[in-house]
Design a protein around this ligand. Structure first.
Ligand SMILES: Nc1ncnc2c1ncn2[C@@H]1O[C@H](COP(=O)(O)OP(=O)(O)OP(=O)(O)O)[C@@H](O)[C@H]1O
Length: 218
């Protein structure tokens, strides 16, 4: 059975070394299993910091961030999450399919399963016809969709994305978002964004301001 998790942050506080005030000052939030949430807020408000704490990229100084399954078992988020970042890193000389299969191979250790999953993930982001193109020939939007397919093919139940449409024009952003949110299904997705259109497509908006979080649900 597929693992589905909700993401829970409890009273996260974070102060960077040498900073006079905390960037996060008691942030608690729960993103339900299968939901999408956008973290928004002014530049420097702590969006990436919050995502990094929730995803285990930064050590938690105070509070906790965990994934919780349907049986209320807690999982470390890095064990269940895959990342999509603004700057996509693909192996340029390898095909789109190979680049996606890497995510699935690291999760399954089985080459055939990895290629099958990669083929279906590429189709789900509308790139079936480019499966055998070398990554170096892809446009920015196509490369970002390959990165999303890689996250989906990993089979992990959480996708954490930091400004995934930051370098794309509006039309390409919409296609990338379709890939990220449309294919999400039973995945729990958190997206850091400056883009109001991206936030409007998510189930929950988490607005950071002055170290605290305000939540809006649709
Ligand atoms: N490693 C670090 N060391 C010290 N200060 C940091 C570090 N990383 C971030 N900061 C500071 O913490 C604050 C929040 O940064 P963060 O990147 O989380 O904000 P953000 O809302 O994602 O910003 P942006 O929208 O500009 O990307 C900023 O003032 C930033 O300068």
């Amino acid at each position: 059975m597929r693992l589905i998790v909700r993401l829970v942050a409890r009273d996260l506080r974070h102060t960077y070394r040498g900073a006079p005030t905390p960037v996060l000052d008691g942030v608690s939030v729960e993103v339900p299993a299968g939901a999408s949430a956008a973290i928004i807020g002014p530049s420097g408000s702590g969006k990436t910091t919050l995502l990094s704490l929730m995803g285990g990229l930064l050590p938690v100084q105070h509070g906790a961030a965990v994934a919780v399954d349907a049986a209320d078992r807690e999982w470390p988020v890095p064990a269940v999450a895959s990342w999509v970042l603004q700057t996509v890193s693909l192996i340029p000389a390898r095909t789109a399919l190979d680049n996606v299969a890497i995510g699935a191979f690291s999760a399954t250790g089985d080459r055939r399963v990895a290629r099958a999953r990669a083929t279906s993930a590429l189709a789900s982001v509308g790139l079936a016809t480019l499966a055998h193109s070398p990554a170096r020939l892809l446009s920015g939007g196509e490369a970002q969709r390959v990165a999303i397919a890689r996250a989906l093919a990993s089979g992990r139940p959480v996708v954490l994305a930091d400004e995934p449409t930051g370098q794309l024009d509006a039309a390409t952003s919409a296609v990338v978002l379709d890939a990220l949110l449309g294919a999400s299904g039973d995945r729990t997705v958190i997206v850091v964004t400056h883009d109001a259109e991206v936030a409007a497509r998510c189930d929950i908006t988490l607005e950071l301001r002055d170290g605290t979080l305000r939540e809006r649900r649709r």
